[in-house]
Design a protein around this ligand. Structure first.
Ligand code: B12
Ligand code: SF4
Length: 467
């Protein structure tokens, strides 16, 4: 069978925000670039509008990407597509973590990175010999892999349709945090794209700003400084407004690299402090130890180089008691962080933590995957009740994402720059917090959440189980 067209679908989550969708469909752009030139390819992003499913037929191959929180919606889409007879391949985090579930309804389930299996799938579908499952977990070199084609860039027109462009420079993380799913998709071997490819992609996409998809870019400061120095040299020569990356705290120990990073236009580092509670060390893969004096030192060291710090915190880890909310909030207020993210511990499938919760009977029953969005409690915490975790999360988010708090942090972040740069920095000084407030808004659709209402924190009976 010849394939009429390949269609890649991103299931809806946030819709448009002031006319554009939040972030470019980078995953699908890379996959679309692997489709041979002679086969037409289209990316359908449901955040931009309704999917034109009527245009699908039996000789089309449809790929759907999905995280856990959108897998049920991905299934709904797949069921509609099935009526039109197209072949359906499903990949991404959830398909990688629980392929046996996705296999029940997808024609083809794709585990892992798929840089190598996706071209094979297209060939196999064309030759009518597709298998039900493809696994790409070789964590092989990223040299020359899935370079974005001009056809895809023209089709997506990312500057017109998206607020944030994404970009991959490294992939993988050797740490082993018990709750992490990223390493199940990207592996534990840190791999690096060739620097000339990175530069070429930035130039061809005409990027001025980008968000790195790399899970632990900062770890390279220690494990591969030679690569980082060369990368920063190359980025410093580009006309960029600013880029952001994820890192762990130890980047604060590399002042010279931070200085170079600033010249390379690094604007913000998202740092996974994860917890202010030293009792949670076991879950944090050795990267963060709840030492608050050290956290503050690191924030100061990064600020001293003119780079912003976004603090990421997980609530409801095994060592957390109901005190964790006030203690975390106290730390955040003293910390001078430029923006802050709170997520509720979420035991995603495929993680060590989930296996423990299953063994201990601690998963809440009948929770749909759509609630696995880190704004909902889906398990029984060890040292507080479900209700206490839920209320504590609401309480801290109400404080952290009040208009006043966001304005305060944003103005402080802006003032770190010279007045000349204000115009350039004004959007990014507020946008991260505004984005996180939006994440919490999935929680505030629940009847028991009210913005601006100081929800009560209940310290009584920390170990009680309300549900
Ligand atoms: C960038 C990123 C984001 C961006 C944008 C994501 C987007 N547009 O989809 C932002 C910041 C908005 C974001 C938000 C969230 N994210 Co996020 N995000 C990432 C991150 C860091 C990188 C993803 C990426 O683009 N990688 C680069 C591209 C090229 O690779 P890829 O997406 O992995 O896709 C490859 C394979 O998976 C496979 N593949 C994927 N889809 C398909 C489809 C087909 C057909 C095929 C053949 C192959 C295939 O091939 C691809 C090429 O190699 C990952 C961590 C990670 N490393 O996976 C987390 C991650 C995906 N996010 C995660 C989470 C939890 C969230 C949030 C819920 C967080 C929050 N609290 O709000 C939200 C949900 C928002 C949403 N709309 O879904 C989790 C998902 C866990 C899970 N089990 O689902 C991850 C794994 C991180 C983690 N904490 O462990 N995220
Ligand atoms: S440091 Fe980050 S990417 Fe690495 S294992 Fe831990 S959570 Fe995952």
């Amino acid at each position: 069978m010849d394939i009429d067209k390949v269609v890649l679908i991103y299931p809806e989550r946030d819709g448009r925000i002031w006319g554009k969708a939040q972030g470019s469909p980078y995953t699908l752009m890379r996959l679309a670039s692997l489709v041979p030139d002679e086969i037409p390819v289209e990316i359908w992003d449901e955040d931009l509008g309704a999917l034109p499913l009527h245009r699908l037929g039996p000789r089309d191959l449809v790929g759907i990407t999905s995280k856990t929180l959108s897998i049920d919606h991905a299934k709904e889409i797949a069921m509609e597509i099935r009526k039109r007879g197209s072949t359906i391949a499903v990949g991404g985090t959830h398909a990688t973590l629980v392929p046996e579930e996705v296999r029940q309804w997808a024609d083809i389930t794709v585990v892992g990175e798929a840089y190598h299996t996706w071209p094979q799938i297209i060939r196999d579908v064309a030759n009518q010999m597709a298998q039900n499952l493809y696994v790409d977990e070789s964590w092989s070199s990223l040299d020359g892999v899935a370079r974005l084609t001009d056809r895809v860039l023209t089709m997506v027109d990312e500057h017109r349709h998206y607020w944030t462009p994404y970009m991959e420079i490294t992939r993988g993380c050797p740490r082993d945090c018990t709750f992490c799913t990223a390493i199940r998709v990207s592996g534990k071997i840190m791999r690096h794209r060739p620097i000339d490819e990175v530069v070429e992609e930035i130039e061809r996409r005409r990027l001025k700003r980008f968000f790195l998809t790399d899970d632990n870019f900062g770890l390279n400061f220690r494990t591969n400084p030679a690569y980082i120095v060369k990368l920063f040299d190359a980025l410093a020569r580009l006309d960029l407004s600013g880029w952001t990356a994820q890192a762990e705290m130890m980047v604060g120990n590399f002042p010279e690299l931070l200085e170079q990073a600033r010249h390379a236009h690094l604007e913000k580092l998202f740092i996974g402090f994860e917890s202010i509670n030293p009792g949670n060390r076991r879950d944090l893969g050795g990267k963060s130890k709840g030492n608050l004096a050290e956290y503050k030192r690191v924030i100061r060291a990064i600020h001293a180089r003119g780079i912003g710090v976004v603090g990421l915190f997980v609530l409801g880890l095994e060592g957390d008691t109901p005190q964790v909310f006030e203690e975390t909030w106290d730390f955040v207020r003293q910390s001078q962080l430029d923006a802050v993210s709170f997520t509720i511990m979420t035991p995603y499938p495929g993680t060590e933590l989930r296996r423990e919760y299953v063994d201990q009977g601690r998963l809440l029953p009948n929770i749909p995957w759509s609630k696995y969005d880190t704004a909902h409690v889906v398990f029984r915490p060890a040292q507080m009740s479900v209700e206490q975790l839920r209320r504590g999360y609401d309480w801290i988010c109400n404080r952290a994402y009040s208009s006043l708090s966001i304005a305060g942090r944003g103005v402080r972040a802006l003032r770190r720059h010279s007045v000349r740069q204000y115009q350039r920095r004004i959007f990014s000084s507020f946008s991260t917090d505004v984005g996180y407030r939006r994440t919490v808004s999935y929680r505030d659709r629940e009847p028991d959440f009210r913005w601006g209402t100081p929800t009560r924190l209940n310290h009584a009976s920390p170990a009680s189980r309300a549900e």
